[in-house]
Write a protein that binds this ligand. Structure first.
Ligand SMILES: [Zn+2]
Length: 290
């Protein structure tokens, strides 16, 4: 069985070989080492804010149907930058480095077909088993996915996400600032039932009250006991009421996906990084999750 340190080393090599040949990615990974960070606390939950100007492209991405239809899909093989390598991670899925990283190891895992981001893929369990030490996460089509038309998930190191650390430490989910459905998947019939019911979970629109499989974030990882963990955050909305998509606009440029919900708030504007308070972050969670 492959260990987490072997996985991390292999993934770091994959990234480094990409950075040798792909200038844009190199610039963004280098910039990441200069990103400012500071902590915030909401009750027992401790998270981190990150000032990351390169993420503006993703935070302010237009994800309405017309904008998506009118752009070439950047996850389809024929439209990817020619520098980008792909590694089959499990059947039907390719591992790619994310050229706009939030963390030093940041991968996109894309389906090898152009099919929509409809529900949590069961294959995330296999990916988590193949990549111990990493957390595989999923942004629902209305909860942070910048390519809702092409099924994909992402992977970062599990130790980098405050929510995963919080859950691993055994602290109660009830003390988090939003609802989280959290379970352990055992390698037996009970585990199969848990897994199959978790991937069918839905969020609920805060305005219409309608259930929606696109309104959630999901996290799969192998915990220290070697067993799969799954956490799902049902969402109310993608963006908070205070959201703005312009550099000068009042309000905040924060557009929570799975990483932000997991306690790492990505802020492309310096003024938001300087001014955002824990109370405002709590409000962002309140606006976007249950
Ligand atoms: Zn595509």
């Amino acid at each position: 069985m492959i260990t987490s340190s072997e996985v991390i080393e292999a993934l770091a090599q994959f990234r480094d070989s990409q950075l040798e040949t792909w200038h844009t990615a190199k610039v963004n990974y280098d910039a990441l080492t200069q990103c400012l960070r500071k902590n915030f606390t909401i009750g027992k939950f401790e998270g981190v804010m990150q000032y990351n100007p390169a993420r503006k492209i993703s935070t302010a991405a237009k994800v309405d149907k017309d904008s998506i239809r009118n752009r070439p899909c950047f996850l389809c093989k024929e439209n990817r930058p020619e520098e980008q390598y792909a590694e089959e991670i499990t059947e039907g899925w390719e591992l790619l480095i994310n050229p706009y990283p939030i963390l030093p190891l940041h991968f996109t895992i894309a389906a090898n077909r152009h099919i929509p981001q409809t529900q949590i893929p069961l294959d995330m369990a296999t990916m988590a088993e193949r990549l111990p030490g990493m957390v595989i996460f999923f942004n629902g089509a209305r909860a942070g996915a910048s390519a809702p038309d092409h099924l994909h998930c992402q992977a970062v190191m599990a130790c980098e996400l405050p929510l995963i650390q919080y859950l691993e430490s055994g602290k109660p989910v009830e003390d988090l600032p939003f609802d989280v459905i959290y379970d352990k998947v055992t390698p037996d019939m009970k585990g199969m039932i848990t897994l199959n019911s978790m991937v069918l979970l839905k969020g609920k629109d805060g305005v219409t009250g309608k259930e929606d499989a696109g309104l959630l974030n999901a996290y799969f990882w192998i915990a220290a006991d070697g067993l799969l963990r799954i956490a799902v955050i049902p969402r109310k909305a993608h963006r908070p009421q205070s959201y703005t998509d312009t550099a000068e606009g009042d309000g905040m440029m924060v557009s929570p996906g799975a990483i932000d919900m997991a306690g790492l708030i990505v802020l492309p504007r310096k003024r938001d990084f300087d001014n955002l308070t824990s109370v405002e972050i709590e409000q962002i969670y309140h606006d976007t999750a249950w």
